[in-house]
Ligand binder design. Sequence first.
Ligand code: AMP
Ligand code: GLY
Length: 421
Amino acid sequence: MINILIVGSGGREHALGWKLSASPGVDSVYFAPGNGGTKNNVDVKADDIEKLAQFAEKNRCLTVVGPETPLAMGIVDAFEKKGLPIFGPTRTAAQLESSKIWAKNFMKRNGIPTARFEIFDEAVKAKEYAKSVNHPLVVKADGLAAGKGVVVCSNQQEVIKAIDEILVEKKYGSAGNRIILEEKLDGIELSYIAISDGNTAYPMATSQDHKRAYDGDLGPNTGGMGAYSPAPIVDDDLAKEIQQKIIEKTISSMKKEGIPFKGFLYAGIMISEGKPFVLEFNARMGDPECQPIMVRMKSDLLEYVQACIHGNLSSLPEISWDDKSAVCVVMVAKGYPESYPKGEEILGLDVEDRDSIVFHAGTRVESGRVLTDGGRVLGITATGNTLQEAISKAYRRVSEISWPSKFCRTDIGKKGIVVTK
Ligand code: AMP
Ligand code: GLY
């Protein structure tokens, strides 16, 4: 039996811990720092690597890292140096996410399909280039900007404004010391996530996120307002193409370059004219994609995590999945992703409901009351024999939970139903 330490505090971490706690090989699951819905919370922040290592060592934990920041800071390198088991990529491998420029150059030199791009560190040159091309552009800050830092522009003025904000006004600090100007692709987006030991990569179930804040994919980009799995747009041929040309190519190229990638590899993909292109890599599980994926996973996650750490993933069969559909509706505090209130009491959480799981994110417990404590508050997750059934169950539960600034999209999963017709 083994103890688990989950690093992070979001819905993704709650779902990972929920799945791992169901493993026959797991004793206790700890969360650092966790949230109002997770038990065994450890009062250590996700970026306090030294204290996390002390806790993991003392409690003989296998550590699973949720968010990108500790990965980009080198939590895996630090733990491995101390001989502590940890699941995730090293700091250098996590550059696939922490430096968009590094990732784009990596894709270019290894022939991984992605949009055409140029790199700039001077606003004047970037603007000259923007004026010289006649296709729509996307402006991206190089570094981590908490899910922001990408501006999809519809005209030249917007490009110029984004260049100024990132390179001149330093809206994202040093994350915007360099930018990418990238060709805008049209198409359908999906999340393709795999698990890898550095040599082999097995696909997780397919999923689709809803990035925009409002119904109909309108409003600002967010971390994700809801997700569902499987994504019917990915048929077997497309899945095979993404697996071979993007995932396996990335894993083998990372290995060839001497920086093997262990952990969850998340490719944000645009299907444009029937072909998959990488919009971004994440060096971690998606949030909220993780929630519907975990509820559909039939295999024992612990076995796969351990095999990745030991480098023998190929000794296991591919992961097996429940045929059911799953959906996660994210309930947010109104105003997210900009400013929003915190500290509001959440009512309706104690209703008995076997049809859904409430994964917590931005919540905390104070004097026995559960309060909102972030933008994304809860992820209501349900399964069904059809996607429509899963959606109905999730929204039924959503309607029973309330707090003053409660908000959610009302169309999570709908795009999956349109495709299946
Ligand atoms: P990223 O963080 O790079 O995935 O960008 C955030 C969002 O911006 C993506 O989920 C897409 O919706 C959009 N995006 C990024 N790159 C492009 C692109 N080249 N063409 C169109 N949309 C893009
Ligand atoms: N849901 C998108 C992400 O995890 O980055």
